[in-house]
Design a protein around this ligand. Structure first.
Ligand SMILES: [Zn+2]
Ligand SMILES: [Zn+2]
Length: 343
């Protein structure tokens, strides 16, 4: 089969590799669409240590079942499917509680690190455990299904944030996850929805996808503006989807006393904590990792058109163009959001 293989850091080639063999509880999926994730682009130069060559990356994918292992019960060849990026064990303490995103033996498709190597979906075929797969209705195109992993991250973050009807919410960061979070917060019944970024084009998109107010942090005192919009109090909740010092400070300073900040972005390993603010204003800070059982809901939301992903897709290209798209993303070409490859 053809696969986009990273043989060395920053070197991708379209290679001929054997079709993966499947275990008894696995599906062989003929990949029809696979998105390039920011984590693939960051990992591509070795800086994260999570894409150690040789590796076939790609964990945001959808396709058609080609073959099933003998223990597989829920799927058959010909089924349209998508799958989670997290491969969980099903047996550990956390899996048994239902917290599959926190699995002690968690692996991620298309990732190779010191603990494991699992080839991903930038290839004609990928082998995936049945337990991470979900059937796709006909009305969800493969390219949209390849966005479900990203959708699930936003939906999970919203699901673990207490949001009373008409709550005011701030989303700090209007990149892809931020734009999905805006849509998920709207569906969760938020009232005033405030999007923050430093890029006007992203803010404009946030407005189109449901944000009531757009604040450019480059020229606005965001916490002051949020207070003004919320009766002087601050917002009920904030989602931080960048993962850097300044946006985290902005999120904490934008919520009211007793408010909740859900932290999704994690680019920087450390940020400053305004301890006295958090303690004396009784602010709750919580992390949100990947997703935990939200795939069926996300598929439903996409099928109904309740969450729109088409505006976030910058390009759909054949797998052979993968190396040049990786270069363009790595060199931070402006206005590129999701690029989807079709093996
Ligand atoms: Zn991803
Ligand atoms: Zn587990």
């Amino acid at each position: 089969m053809k696969a986009l293989l990273m043989r060395k850091y920053k070197e991708l080639e379209l290679a001929d590799l054997p079709v993966p063999s499947i275990g008894p509880a696995e599906l062989l999926v003929r990949v029809r669409a696979c998105g390039i994730c920011g984590s693939d682009v960051h990992g591509f130069d070795g800086s994260t240590g999570r894409r150690q060559p040789p590796i076939i990356m790609g964990h945001e994918a959808a396709g058609v079942v080609e073959e099933v292992g003998r223990e597989v019960a829920e799927f058959k060849p010909g089924d349209r499917v998508t799958f989670d990026s997290t491969v969980y064990c099903g047996n550990c303490y956390f899996c048994r509680r239902g917290d599959i995103n926190l699995c002690d033996r968690r692996q991620v498709l298309g990732v190779s690190c010191n603990e494991f190597r699992r080839h991903g979906a930038f290839a004609e075929y990928v082998a995936v455990p049945e337990r991470i797969c979900a059937k796709l209705p006909d009305e969800v195109p493969f390219e949209h299904a390849a966005m479900i992993e990203a959708v699930s991250i936003a939906v999970h973050a919203v699901n673990i944030t207490p949001i009373p009807l008409a709550a005011s919410a701030v989303v700090v960061g209007s990149g892809m996850i931020g734009l999905l979070a805006v849509q998920a917060l709207r569906l969760a019944g938020c009232g005033k929805l405030i999007a923050v970024d430093i890029d006007e084009a992203k803010l404009e998109m946030a407005g189109r996808l449901g944000a009531d107010v757009r604040l450019n942090a480059r020229n606005t005192d965001v916490p002051a503006a949020v207070r003004e919009l919320t009766g002087g109090r601050g917002a009920d909740v904030a989602l931080e989807v960048v993962g850097a010092n300044e946006p985290v400070q902005t999120a904490i300073a934008s919520v009211r006393k007793g408010g909740v900040v859900t932290l999704v972005g994690n680019l920087s390993p450390k940020v400053d904590l305004p301890l006295q603010t958090v303690v004396t204003r009784q602010i709750r800070l919580q992390g949100s990792c990947a997703s935990s059982g939200e795939y069926p809901a996300c598929i439903e939301l996409l099928a109904k058109g309740a969450i729109q992903v088409q505006p976030l897709i910058s390009a759909v290209a054949p797998l052979a163009e993968g190396p040049s798209w990786f270069d363009r993303l790595y060199n931070r070409e402006p206005n590129l959001m999701k690029v989807i490859l079709q093996p």
